[in-house]
Design a protein around this ligand. Structure first.
Ligand SMILES: Cc1ncc(COP(=O)(O)O)c(C=O)c1O
Length: 402
């Protein structure tokens, strides 16, 4: 038998990918599964970006690029940071990667020694935990529940800091909750970190463009955090380019250099065609991006209205991304006469098997009461899914659970 390393054996499988695999096997059995488990826009990549990629191929761009990305792209990203976020990262503080997932892995490996602590605002995106684990860091979860819109406060952050804290990591808009931090909320968090030495903020802004409350705010804008913020972004969500694999960071120069070193030994520069297309994407034509945002907003309202009619589900109003994260704890300790629901994992399996709707358990995101529904799907499917969820949850009656 092949002995897989302990490092990998101990690593959890991605819950979102696991749910996707289970839905696929039910679909293969002929079931009509509605998959609301994936974090992926269901739109086409905008036409002008696709055209730029075709032109890059025809112009013969087929060689390795610099490890940290094409100079023109890094310049375009530097301009974008200033234009959209008021952030001053020069082109040599930018590192382009094969998706924001790799950007995050680079940064975590660049900063974390074994035992260093990474404070994450919880609920958090699944891969943060796995990446910190691989780097032998210690994940410190700051739990914020639905009653406070899943947002952590400066007091919570202050209380979690120790002399081992190296990174504070969060996403806004947030996956899985859709929570968006306001400028004032970010300032409060910035002041806590700014008053300490040697702690860096990793701000995951991949959902920047899917924000329903106006302008996106970056934590890097505050002077008290000068040279302390790594801003992570990418094209997957705002430009419907998940498969193109292009992410990037703006970072203090030493961190950018370390990330380049790491990437130079693992993947080198990402696909040159995707990089050429990214130069186009990050230009001034954001019309499709805004149209997609409008479509997500409409669907969010639709999903909230439909789920709001289901007794027992507790909802808040997500202000960005394309997820809702209902609290389903009212159903724990219930049964349909056949399946017992002890926790949110059981509930998600029940919804998959009984309603044939795939959602993702909150426990994968550090929350054991909620589950994530992605509304990046057609309206008819969302309506059908909500109806099926309502029927299945309606069958659950309280029981004494052993
Ligand atoms: C919060 C968050 N960060 C990063 C990523 C990774 O994005 P990419 O496709 O650029 O690797 C995702 C993708 O789901 C995400 O939800």
């Amino acid at each position: 038998m092949i002995k897989i390393s302990n490092r990998l054996n101990n690593l959890a499988e991605s819950a979102t990918l696991k749910m996707a695999a289970m839905s696929r096997s039910l679909i293969a059995e002929g079931k009509d599964v509605i998959a609301l488990s994936l974090g992926e826009p269901d739109f086409e990549t905008p036409h002008h970006i696709r055209e730029a990629a075709k032109a890059a191929i025809d112009a013969g761009h087929n060689k390795y690029t610099p490890v940290n990305g094409l100079a023109d792209l890094r310049k375009a990203i530097s301009n974008k940071f200033m234009r959209d976020n008021g952030l001053d990262y020069s082109a040599d503080q930018i590192v382009v990667s094969t998706g924001a997932k790799q950007s995050l892995a680079n940064v975590i490996n660049a900063l974390i020694d074994p035992g260093d602590e990474v404070i994450v605002a919880s609920p958090f995106w699944v891969s943060y935990a796995a990446q910190v684990q691989l780097a032998e860091g210690k994940l410190i979860e700051l739990h914020a529940g639905i009653e406070r819109d899943f947002k952590v406060t400066p007091d919570m952050l202050e209380a979690a800091i120790t002399d081992k804290t190296k990174i504070f990591l969060f996403s806004s808009p947030c996956n899985p909750t859709g929570a968006v931090y306001s400028k004032e909320e970010l300032q409060g968090l910035a002041e806590v970190i700014g008053s300490r030495e040697g702690i860096y903020v990793v701000a995951d802004e991949i959902y920047e463009h899917i924000n329903f409350i106006g302008g996106h705010q970056s934590i890097g804008q505050f002077d008290c955090l000068a040279d302390r913020v790594v801003t992570v972004n990418g094209l997957s969500k705002g430009f419907a380019m998940t498969g193109w694999r292009l992410g990037y960071i703006g970072a203090p120069t030493a961190i950018a250099k370390a990330c380049t070193k790491m990437q130079g030994q693992i993947t080198s520069g990402t696909c040159v065609i995707a990089q050429m297309a990214a130069i186009e994407a990050l230009g001034d034509n954001l019309k499709r991006t805004y149209e997609m945002r409008e479509a997500f907003l409409r669907r969010r309202n639709l999903v909230l209205e439909l789920l709001g009619k289901i007794p027992g589900l507790k909802l808040n109003v997500p202000e960005g991304a394309f997820y809702v994260f209902p609290d389903a704890s009212a159903f724990f300790g219930s049964s349909d006469g056949d399946t017992q629901i002890k926790n949110v994992d059981d509930l998600c399996m029940y919804l998959l098997e009984d309603a044939n709707v795939a959602v993702v358990t909150g426990s994968a995101f550090g929350n054991d009461k909620c589950f994530r529904i992605s509304y990046a799907a057609a309206d008819e499917r969302l309506i059908e899914a909500a109806e099926r969820i309502k029927v299945s949850l309606g069958k659950l009656q309280p029981v004494a659970v052993a």
